[in-house]
Design a protein around this ligand. Structure first.
Ligand SMILES: Nc1nc2c(ncn2[C@@H]2O[C@H](COP(=O)(O)OP(=O)(O)O)[C@@H](O)[C@H]2O)c(=O)[nH]1
Ligand SMILES: [Mg+2]
Ligand SMILES: [Zn+2]
Length: 297
């Protein structure tokens, strides 16, 4: 029986009580949980565990800095990954961007205290000229203009990943798995062709997986991340995801103003002056209404 110790590793994927982890030398190993009741997520960090016959026995993960949550099909909260430091929100000319989803994902990122970057992929199909997208740059978000297929602006994306655990999010079909493939430069993930009839992407990622880009940089790709759940604790939190509204916090008549029906509201005043764009404000309102519907009063 071979037995050895190892330093910090990250969980790469999980199937029940076993799966794969990546060690600090970018080597993949099998693991098994000692106790199948222990909660373990992709991205979890594991410290010095015992390896027996090439299988790492895991007692418990290190304390998490955060978790990414979504609603499952039954509307129940589910954790999809842990220890994420950056959301990479991927959009493309096709499928057409869903701006409500984009604004919601920026809020998810803000409430996780993560950094966010918007990746405009498939620029080979259409240049980045859409003002609805360009405005995010004006708002202060990093906007990477690239094509995974024609390897355009790969450098910029690569630099954005350095020293981060990045989580790829966005509509199905925007190219998340293709980007992952490009980065890993292998065929480990299979991508299928966009269904030309519906122009809607099909899921091509069957399970959440973490990949190592270099010793300090990791990337997580997962299917079905459209219903990520922002960690909203009260309606006041929602404005934090909107940089242009954040500027006016504390300037309304009411300290707890949520900028919808209150009088003497600074946000609505700037909205009237077109300093806050109405489409962003409408998405803000939808997120507030959505939150109120699902939260217990
Ligand atoms: N033209 C073009 N197609 C791309 C690009 N990136 C991905 N695709 C295609 O878009 C489709 C969906 O990609 P996929 O990576 O599965 O998307 P995911 O659902 O976000 O993981 C596939 O047919 C890819 O070949 C790109 O940069 N340009
Ligand atoms: Mg995919
Ligand atoms: Zn207000």
């Amino acid at each position: 029986m071979k037995e050895s110790k190892q330093s910090v590793s990250r969980i790469a994927n999980i199937y029940g009580n076993h799966g794969l982890l990546i060690d600090s030398n970018n080597q993949t190993h099998k693991f098994m949980l000692k106790n199948s009741k222990t909660k373990l997520y992709v991205g979890d960090s594991i410290e010095s565990n015992i390896i027996i016959d090439d299988v790492t026995l895991i007692d418990k993960p290190k304390e998490r800095i955060n978790v990414v949550e979504r609603f499952d099909k039954l509307g129940k909260k589910q954790i999809v990954a842990a220890n994420v430091t950056q959301l990479l929100i991927v959009i493309a000319p096709e499928p057409q961007p869903n701006f409500l989803l984009l604004d919601k994902l920026l809020l998810v990122s803000e409430l996780m205290k993560n950094q966010a970057a918007i990746v405009y992929n498939k620029n080979d199909l259409g240049g980045l000229t859409d003002n609805r997208i360009l405005k995010y740059k004006t708002l202060g978000y990093k906007l990477i203009n690239m094509s995974a297929k024609s390897n355009n602006n790969f450098e910029q994306l690569y630099n954005q990943l350095m020293n981060q655990t990045s989580f790829l999010v966005g509509q199905s079909g925007v190219g998340k798995s293709t980007i992952t493939n490009m980065l890993l430069n292998n065929q480990a993930l299979k991508t299928k062709t966009l269904s030309s009839k519906t122009k809607k992407g099909r899921h091509t990622t069957s399970t959440t997986s973490l990949y190592q880009i270099n010793s300090e940089s990791f990337l997580i790709d997962t299917p079905g991340v459209e219903n990520l759940h922002p960690a909203i604790e009260n309606a006041q939190d929602i404005q934090l995801g909107f940089k242009e509204m954040k500027l006016h916090i504390g300037k309304c008549k009411y300290r707890d103003c949520i900028h919808i029906s209150e009088p003497l509201c600074s946000v609505k005043e700037h909205l009237r002056k077109n300093e806050i764009e109405s489409s962003r404000y409408e998405n803000y309102k939808k997120l507030v209404v959505d939150y109120k519907k699902t939260s217990n009063p």
